[in-house]
Design a protein around this ligand. Structure first.
Ligand SMILES: O=C(O)CCC(=O)C(=O)O
Length: 191
């Protein structure tokens, strides 16, 4: 991890392996990235026979919920290069992002509880346009232990360790349009 990024000090009982950097990109870069994402041929997120309300575009790989495996997607476009390299620098030596997901959440849209597919290793998320409550939960006996990260626009979170493998995450319906770029490295077995 380089020292050029200011980290959010952990509050209490935040999930192990979760890191957060405020102001990861400038307002100018945020505007440019939103423009690029809005111009993509975004499609409603498909999981098997179901369709999510968020709209997405995948690069590098996408997960096929019918075949239950990764398949190759369009290559990661050049306009994502500068921010992708900055994310890799944040991740530290040997961080190699191989999958990128651009997502648009319209007003009132969120994402349900899940963990990312095991084909991926670390997950980085850049929030653009508006803030969201990035919620975590994990089973604790017959209850849930919970944690909420306030993900501000232009911030980056990284999930590794237990925050990525044990805790589930979700985002409740957003109160203003939000865009995100999710950067994923591959798990060993897929490299
Ligand atoms: O929009 C985000 O920051 C999270 C996206 C996410 O959890 C996912 O696509 O699996």
């Amino acid at each position: 991890m380089t020292e050029q990024f200011a980290f959010f000090a952990s509050l209490s009982r935040d999930p192990e392996g979760l890191q957060y950097a405020a102001d990861f990109v400038s307002p100018e870069t945020e505007g440019e990235l939103i423009g690029r994402i809005a111009a993509l041929p975004l499609k409603p997120f498909q999981f098997g026979q179901y369709e999510g309300k968020r709209r997405v575009a995948s690069f590098g790989f996408s997960y096929d919920y019918v075949l239950r495996r990764l398949r190759e997607a369009e290559p990661i476009p050049d306009w994502l290069g500068p921010v992708l390299r900055k994310v890799e620098a944040f991740g530290g030596p040997e961080t190699r992002v191989r999958q990128v997901l651009c997502t648009e959440y319209d007003f009132g849209v969120g994402i349900g509880w899940h963990r990312d597919k095991p084909h991926f290793d670390r997950i980085f998320g850049l929030s653009l346009g508006s803030a969201c409550k990035f919620r975590f939960r994990r089973a604790a006996g017959d209850k849930w232990e919970r944690f909420t990260l306030d993900a501000e626009p232009r911030s980056l979170y990284m999930m590794s360790g237990a925050s990525r493998r044990v805790w589930e995450h979700s985002i409740p319906a957003v109160e203003a349009p939000r865009y995100s770029i999710t950067f994923r490295t591959m798990a060993e077995r897929n490299t």
